[in-house]
Design a protein around this ligand. Structure first.
Ligand SMILES: [Cu+2]
Length: 150
């Protein structure tokens, strides 16, 4: 756990490169998580560079990164100073990095909605993409499957 914490802190401390075309993301996940891998594929398809790490104490990492318990999902990532929790569509991660709203620590899709990126399903669910941190209030976006509807 201490080593992982050190790795996160080192990663978060790396200077953001505004000119980078593909921001690098570090994903923490359980070795047995299949939907995590499918979500990583989605991020890579949308131009993100991903470094994935299997960990045994994911909840400890979520605590360390300040992910609200009610927003938790199956994997946790960090990118350019932000936390990304769960099956967040790549477009919303991109928008978060572009807009950088004040007081926002991270973005989340709680649980594992059917049809969200990495969760293929016959019938796609409607779900909110949330932001968290002192400045976070309303949902960042609402989706049905991989389609933004609000
Ligand atoms: Cu999942």
């Amino acid at each position: 756990m201490r080593l992982v914490a050190a790795a996160i802190i080192a990663f978060m401390a790396t200077a953001p490169n505004a000119l980078a075309e593909t921001p690098r993301m570090q994903v923490f996940k359980d070795a047995a998580c299949g939907c995590c891998d499918i979500w990583i594929d989605h991020m890579v398809e949308h131009g993100f560079e991903v470094v994935a790490q299997n960990v045994w104490n994911l909840n400890g990492i979520k605590d360390l990164l300040g992910v609200p318990v009610r927003m938790s999902s199956c994997h946790t990532a960090v990118i350019d100073g932000f936390v990304v929790e769960g099956h967040v569509p790549a477009a919303e991660v991109r928008r978060l990095l572009d807009e950088r709203p004040a007081g926002v620590a991270g973005i989340a899709v709680p649980g594992m909605p059917d049809g969200s990126p990495g969760m293929p399903a016959a019938v796609a669910e409607r779900y909110d993409v949330l932001i968290f941190g002192a400045g976070a209030s309303a949902p960042f976006a609402t989706y049905v499957g991989e389609q933004r509807v609000e």
